[in-house]
Design a protein around this ligand. Structure first.
Ligand code: ATP
Length: 308
């Protein structure tokens, strides 16, 4: 039996280019792995049982347990790469990452299942191959393997690790219900059309990483990082879920250095000065009635890791 711990991510910068002919957007995506994470356990299944899935945690009821689950798809993909037809494996997800929350929880479970099955089946798959399989599963999966802080380009799947100093303290406010990532991108395009700027990749400049944000990460400067937090999907998430404005305000009024919607939302992320400030912001958010719950956490942390 192998258990893998895998982090959620927050995008400290999410620059969204125009809509490409292939339906994707070019991104300048600075991923940051946080300690809030899931655990995926893989154990041998009975012969002929196939891939089976169980899930526990506050959001377990909304996690799909069929073949569409990214953990199950990852197990099958890895098996196929090694010429194993119909693997028999039991996967259990202990889920702490909010579902459809903009924190790449499904992608995290996909990365964790790759690492867990690789260890269970003693395949010793090279990291480069795992990264390739991860990119096939989805654009956010490679980062969950890598962890730390990284710049994602293209659809987000071309990754370069970034230097960081020290630990940053975060609070995540979890909303009731999720937001569909494709719907948020569509709303971003719609708002750009409405504003008259156009939404195609010839209308919108190709996004690039913000040098001030990269310097803040490298220097371990939370105040500077808070000032540089940026998410081009935030106005679209707020347009689809106007109540998030009150959540962002509640965390800021409670002393957060900076606040933004995490990825496509609806989870909101708050940067705090230190662990005590983060605990206070989380308490204030829980008391504010503007979110379902709030978690104080920290990062960066490593990507999918086998637990001893
Ligand atoms: P992202 O930030 O990458 O856009 P997200 O955090 O908003 O993703 P997820 O939690 O990954 O969203 O879930 C999106 C959808 O993926 C869910 O509604 C669910 O149907 C599906 N899904 C597939 N596998 C999983 C999984 N292991 N855990 C949660 N959702 C999963």
């Amino acid at each position: 039996m192998i258990t893998v711990r895998v982090p959620a991510k927050v995008n400290v910068q999410l620059g969204v280019g125009g809509l490409r002919a292939d339906g994707f957007h070019d991104l300048a995506n600075v991923f940051f792995a946080v300690a809030l994470g899931d655990e995926v356990t893989a154990s041998a299944g009975a012969p002929g049982e196939g891939v089976t899935l169980t899930c526990t945690g506050p959001d377990a009821a909304v996690v799909p347990l069929d073949g569409s689950n990214l953990a199950a798809r990852a197990a099958r993909l890895l098996a196929a790469r090694h010429g194993m037809a119909d693997p028999d494996v039991r996967l259990h997800i202990a889920k702490a990452i909010p579902v459809a929350g903009g924190m790449a929880g499904g992608s995290a479970d996909g990365a964790a299942a790759l690492v867990a099955c690789d260890a269970l089946w003693q395949l010793a798959t090279p990291v480069a191959t795992l990264l390739e399989l991860a990119a096939e599963l989805g654009s956010d999966v490679p980062f969950a393997l890598l962890g730390g802080v990284a710049l994602g380009r293209g659809r987000g799947e071309i990754l370069d690790p970034l230097p960081v100093t020290g630990t940053f303290h975060w609070v995540f406010a979890v909303a009731d219900g999720g937001l569909s990532t494709p719907a948020v991108f569509r709303e971003c395009d719609r708002l750009r059309e409405e504003a008259g700027t156009g939404s195609g990749d010839t209308d919108v400049a190709t996004p690039d990483a913000d040098p001030a944000l990269l310097a803040a990460l490298a220097d371990g400067d939370a105040v500077a990082l808070a000032g540089a937090l940026a998410n081009d999907l935030q106005s679209a998430a707020l347009s689809l879920r106007p109540s998030l404005a009150a959540t962002l305000r509640a965390g800021t009024e409670a002393g957060a250095l900076g606040a933004l919607v995490s990825g496509s939302g609806p989870t909101c992320a708050f940067l705090a000065k230190d662990a005590e400030a983060a605990a206070a912001v989380a308490d204030a958010l829980r008391a504010s009635g503007t979110c379902r719950t709030a978690h104080a956490t920290h990062g960066p942390v490593p990507g999918a890791t086998v637990l001893p």
